[in-house]
Design a protein around this ligand. Structure first.
Ligand code: GAP
Length: 492
């Protein structure tokens, strides 16, 4: 699967545009268009429903993006949230030092009198031992020695731009949860184990943003901090270790439930040198993106690091009273952390198909019906017939109360179907002459419409009054097979 195909579809069909495109774009931020915002909202809504609303052990939160600067000192982000960076002295481009080895490089080797040859990715020159010294982009400039670069965006709160007023745009939503731990404890009285979830924007001044929305400087996270008592034992194991594995399974199953192919997902266990400064163990769920297997989300065991750090820095107690043992404890936390944008990209890539239908190419997004940005498209067969257009308009208005429903009459029916397939609309309704009748010929309409299903392209004839109940079934727990058994087929 080629990323350019998805990038082009996203722009052409109103999913994702480059930010500030008319000024040349930013390359590191993206705007969600009319269909993109629906898809993104659906992902967030389903994640919230499944992980917060349906679980008795979860509550939600929406913390502010700007926080007290001490938060970032306590969390370790001021000191540790850095990437090693090198600059090209010639073209001034900037690279992550740890990514320079990812491709082969051209080397003029001093140990072989300046012989020129290509050194394979990930290896030093076997003659002189050098690693890449010249810029991978311009090929001419020497690279500087690596320097640590903090990824947080600085900003100023209040009217004066001075150090005292400086803070950061949050680089993760997690800290908003930790600093509210006691507020949630006091207001909601939850019992361990319990979790706090949050969806919101995060900002990172990435040295090398790229691969479309995979790595950008402004993105959204869906994070859970799940607090457990590490002294508890579940099924013979320490509670934090048990719940870590449980959450890894739950997170992976969530992507599969909404249609992601299992063979495109795998797990990656962080080695000791990969672990973040706060983590005891981290497992990433990886997706087979076009550029290779890459992190879709991570599930970390952050231990009691954050609560202890904030307690120490703020001087406020952030403990939980264990009624059974009659003691105050600092819970451990398991953190499933997913990027909304990465999830959206993976869902799009996974759903994309090019199929041949009667000698024609059809592009179809086989998105899960709950993810599809538009659920129903109402299409008039003849836009010159006012009764057809009026009936289609009324239908759209009725169905739009419950589902995202569009009306389109800007092309012939074949083209209209293809357009809806390309954006993943699961159902199209066609209103035709048979529906409304022909007053000139004295023929009454049958008040039935054709429903076409996206994946099978099968069509059935359904009485208009039955449509709301039918779509409640089709867009709820029902199946197309069960519905088609009850209605006559229409000719494609
Ligand atoms: N609170 C933990 C945390 O932030 P992370 O692995 O740095 O952990 C979690 O980020 C998730 O956020 C990633 O798995 C990814 O889905 C998403 N993410 C991180 N940086 C991103 C970026 N620059 N652009 C888009 N998504 C990003």
């Amino acid at each position: 699967m080629n990323m350019d195909v998805i990038v082009s579809l996203c722009k052409r069909r109103g999913f994702i545009f480059q930010s500030s495109e008319i000024y040349g774009g930013t390359g590191s931020c993206w705007d969600y268009g009319p269909l993109g915002v629906e898809l993104k909202n659906n992902i967030k809504r389903l994640w919230w429903r499944d992980n917060v609303q349906l679980r008795p052990d979860m509550v939600g939160l929406d913390a502010s993006i700007l926080m007290h600067p001490s938060v970032w000192k306590a969390s370790g982000h001021v000191d540790h949230f850095t990437d090693p960076m090198v600059d090209c002295r010639e073209c001034k481009r900037r690279f992550r030092a740890d990514q320079l080895d990812e491709g082969p490089w051209l080397h003029f080797c001093p140990a072989t009198k300046g012989n020129k040859f290509t050194v394979p990715a990930g290896e030093p020159c076997k003659h002189c031992g050098a690693r890449r010294m010249l810029c991978p982009e311009c090929g001419k400039g020497e690279l500087t020695a690596p320097r640590q670069f903090n990824l947080m965006f600085k900003t100023f709160m209040g009217p004066v731009e001075e150090d005292a007023a400086m803070t950061y745009l949050r680089p993760e939503t997690a800290q908003g949860i930790f600093v509210n731990f006691d507020n949630v404890l006091q207001s909601m009285r939850p019992k361990l184990p319990f979790g706090i979830a949050q969806i919101g924007k995060a900002f990172r001044n990435e040295i090398t943003p790229g691969n479309f929305i995979f790595r950008s400087r402004e993105f959204e996270q869906m994070e859970i901090e799940y607090f457990v008592n590490p002294r508890d034992r579940v099924e013979g194991r320490a509670a934090d270790e048990y719940w870590h594995d449980r959450w890894i399974d739950v997170c992976e199953a969530w992507f599969v439930r909404y249609g992601m192919a299992g063979e495109n997902l795998k797990r990656h266990e962080h080695a000791a040198d990969e672990l973040a400064h706060y983590a005891k163990r981290t497992v990433d769920i990886m997706y087979r993106f076009p550029m290779g297997w890459s992190e879709l989300m991570g599930i970390a065991n952050r231990t009691d690091f954050d609560l202890k750090q904030h307690a120490q820095t703020s001087g406020k107690s952030l403990t939980y009273f264990d009624e059974e043992r009659k003691e105050h404890i600092v819970p451990f936390v398991i953190e499933p952390s997913a990027g909304v944008d990465r999830a959206l990209l993976a869902f799009l890539l996974d759903a994309y198909r090019e199929e041949e239908v009667r000698g024609d190419k059809r592009v179809v997004l086989r998105l899960h019906r709950e993810l599809a940005p538009v659920k129903i498209a109402v299409l008039p067969l003849l836009k010159k017939r006012p009764e057809i257009v009026a009936t289609a308009g009324e239908l759209r208005a009725t169905l739009a109360r419950e589902w995202t429903t569009v009306y389109d009459d800007t092309a012939g029916i074949g083209r209209l179907y293809r357009r809806q397939d390309e954006v993943g609309t699961p159902y199209c309704i066609t209103v035709d002459v048979q529906t409304v009748g022909d007053p000139d010929k004295g023929e009454a309409g049958d008040r039935r419409v054709t429903i076409r299903e996206r994946d099978s392209m099968e069509q059935i004839r359904v009485p208009i009054p039955e449509l709301p109940a039918l779509f409640r079934e089709l867009l709820g727990e029902g199946t197309w097979a069960a519905v088609t058994a009850r209605y006559p087929r229409a000719n494609a």
